[in-house]
Design a protein around this ligand. Sequence first.
Ligand code: ADP
Length: 164
Amino acid sequence: MKTRTAIFPGSFDPITSGHFDIVQRALPLFDKIIIAIGYNAQKKYLLSLEQRLGLLEELFADEAKIETDSYKGLTANYCSQKKVSFILRGLRSSSDFEYEKAIAQLNSSLDQKLETVFLITSPGFSHISSSIVREILSNGGNAAQFLPEAISEQIHEMIRPVNH
Ligand code: ADP
């Protein structure tokens, strides 16, 4: 039988409980999920690619169905390189919808085999974003409630407050 694989692309700067919830809920739908950090040299990130990959690897070390990776350039090209036709994304709001719709349609126009699968955020996670976590931690706050427990402390150590 064909292996059903999805790529979950994102910046994961850092991975939050919202992302983690999407992955957990997608696991029963796929045989394998590749969580892939899309790297754009033009974009500024708070955590380095190595730090973000390290956090993903640690968080999913015991989950045999999950692989972690990074890629440069177009997600559609990465999917075809990995021979994967499902893209996994999460939706929190109508603004996410507009943004995600444009990307999903672009990807399927680049490669008709590509199908984006969306999971709606769980009610308790809809307000969580990597940018909120970055804002809290850069200002010396505690963002533990927005982060997967296993890596929360590590993330707090990685992001030092700007004025401290
Ligand atoms: P990108 O920079 O590609 O948007 P992100 O790491 O910010 O990458 O997000 C990756 C995916 O996870 C996106 O589809 C985003 O909508 C989704 N996502 C982010 N936070 C949440 C959340 N709290 N609940 C559900 N989905 C989320």
